[in-house]
Ligand binder design. Structure first.
Ligand SMILES: [Zn+2]
Length: 269
């Protein structure tokens, strides 16, 4: 998907998801099950081993969503709610629904992944994040709040979304300058930064995580921090403006020897 095309698609999908959220809800949390009820989509929570996380099935123009608790956990867990929102995306996004209605694809099995590669899955994930965390609600919650881990945790509780999906939504809405560095087994997987994040000389995919960063301490010494840590910008960035500027880094440690580093500039008071 080209950048320009994806930008245009994002706008269309956000508008669709947020209009649906605003039709049924005046405030968070958004309940995907209620939207399904209102739209005449049936659904069930069951035990389907490892077949899928969620699945949208179409038969004779009737849509049914299956949610697999063997992989998702409980009905009201953020992961289950996100998957429900994702399946609703396959229903509400015209191209996805028409594909099912045409009978070319009988059902749409989906798996939760931090980084999806299939464009159809990327679109349904984006739909879920806009549906569960509508921009207006999300921005209003952030008004007069500076970024810190408590804000992210409060957002995640308020919207009943996972911390990682909340962080990506915060990033996506460009609320304040932040960078997200994903790493795995000591190497950079992906670097994302908002347009106003001022440091360049960013680590590139495949490069080793600098040992003086918080993520670096995990990979080199096995140290995990629950709290947000302070460091200097030149620990992460080779930008000549990075010296002596203090940053915060909050690490979220995932399974598979992976870390999400959330990085932002320390406010001056
Ligand atoms: Zn899917």
């Amino acid at each position: 998907m080209s950048y320009v095309f994806w930008n245009a698609r994002q706008r269309v999908i956000a508008e669709l998801a947020e209009t649906i959220a605003a039709t049924y809800f005046k405030k968070a949390p958004i309940e995907p099950a209620l939207i399904a009820d209102e739209e005449g989509i049936s659904y069930c929570y069951g035990h389907y081993q490892n077949s899928f996380d969620g699945l949208l099935h179409c038969q004779e123009e009737h849509f049914h969503i299956f949610l697999n608790l063997d992989r998702l956990g409980e009905r009201d867990w953020p992961r289950t709610r996100f998957t429900f929102g994702h399946e609703l995306g396959h229903y509400f996004i015209d191209e996805h629904r028409n594909e099912l209605l045409s009978g070319k694809t009988p059902a749409h099995p989906s798996f939760n992944k931090l980084f999806q590669k299939n464009p159809v899955e990327i679109e349904a994930d984006y739909f879920a994040s806009c549906l569960l965390m509508p921009a207006d609600f999300f921005r209003n919650f952030c008004v007069r709040s500076i970024l810190n881990e408590a804000l992210l945790e409060n957002l995640s509780k308020h919207f009943q979304t996972s911390l990682s999906s909340t962080i990506f939504r915060y990033y996506n809405l460009n609320i304040s300058p932040i960078a997200i560095i994903m790493s795995k087994a000591g190497k950079v997987e992906k670097v994302m930064a908002t347009s106003d994040f001022k440091f360049w000389g960013r680590p590139v995919k495949g490069s080793p995580i600098p040992p003086t960063t918080v993520a670096g301490e995990y990979y080199t010494q096995g140290k995990k921090y629950d709290s947000t840590e302070q460091l200097f910008a030149d620990d992460w960035f080779t930008d000549k403006n990075a010296e002596q500027i203090q940053l915060y880094e909050k690490c979220y440690y995932l399974a598979n020897n992976s870390v999400i580093s959330l990085i932002w500039i320390k406010e001056r008071y």
